[in-house]
Design a protein around this ligand. Structure first.
Ligand code: ADP
Length: 270
């Protein structure tokens, strides 16, 4: 912590003066190391389903005569390929979101519709666990941004609430204007998250319980995607939770006509 990386060159001028050129590489090296970590994590995460798919297809070949075994392996193959597909989709989404100025071509987004759509898309998963999703509230001001990304962010929170909650519980989704911001909340009656874990769950591939996350179709990238979508929209995501008392995730987005949020950037050098 606090160390810097310098690229130093020594130049002698006319045998008389020595010029020391120090180029600060700290940021470049840091970005490189984050990228290398990501590539290492991605390779690790991809290897599991790819390996499983390869083994399962061999097993199906070997068990061709045994109908029951074939059915069993085929079901596992289906699960693993769905997992691989979700993972690849999330990796592509996250890579895109890490670019600069992703929402340059944004529009006015009606959050009433965006949240409604996110709720609708999560309903099937909720019904399979007999979880009811209650959506309440509305806003008058639109948000400037990318509607698909905003739906994805809200949906990732609702999907998590459903994924980690026990059956027969309720998930509450709220939308309102608060302190000049557009606020979306997703509350569940799930296991909750300890304070120590709350800092880490927004990191890529971090899971509190990795077996549970994988089993239920989690990729470990959902909250990281939410965080990046918020950053791209000048908003933020936060969590309130206590073990045993459920969790509430909150998105705060600046309204579209907030003049401070939409100043043109000052041109470089002028
Ligand atoms: P995943 O695909 O594993 O759900 P996320 O990035 O969406 O990845 O979440 C990271 C981790 O945070 C999850 O693995 C889970 O342990 C924890 N988590 C997220 N949302 C909730 C929630 N509503 N209740 C309890 N734990 C949660």
């Amino acid at each position: 912590r606090g160390s810097i990386v310098l690229d130093v060159r020594v130049v002698t001028i006319a045998d008389e003066y020595i010029l020391l050129l120090a180029d600060d590489q700290t940021e470049i090296v840091r970005a490189q190391s984050i990228r290398n970590d990501f590539v290492a994590n991605v390779s690790h995460e991809l290897k599991t389903p790819v390996g499983a798919i390869s083994l399962l297809s061999e097993a199906i070949e070997d068990a061709a005569a045994d109908q029951e075994a074939v059915r069993h392996f085929a079901a596992s193959l289906h699960r693993e390929s769905a997992r691989l597909s979700a993972l690849v989709q999330d990796i592509i989404e996250l890579s895109r979101l890490q670019g600069t100025d992703v929402v340059a071509e944004g529009t006015a987004v009606d959050m009433n519709r965006a949240v409604h759509e996110a709720v609708d898309r999560s309903r099937l998963a909720a019904e399979s666990k007999n979880i009811s999703i209650k959506f309440g509230g509305s806003v008058r001001t639109p948000v400037f941004g990318d509607p698909d990304m905003l739906v994805t962010a809200v949906r990732n929170l609702i999907d998590n609430a459903v994924r980690y909650s026990p059956e027969d519980t309720r998930v509450g989704v709220g939308l309102r204007e608060r302190g000049g911001m557009v606020q979306v909340t997703v509350t569940d009656q799930g296991p909750g998250i300890s304070e120590a874990e709350q800092d880490r769950i927004f990191e890529r591939f971090y899971r509190v319980d990795s077996a549970r996350s994988r089993q239920t179709g989690g990729t470990g990238l959902g909250l990281s995607i939410v965080k990046h979508v918020m950053a791209q929209h000048g908003g933020e995501v936060s969590v309130w939770s206590q073990p045993g008392r459920g969790s509430t995730f909150t998105l705060l987005l600046p309204p579209m006509d907030d003049p401070e949020e939409h100043q043109d950037p000052v041109p470089a050098g002028g």
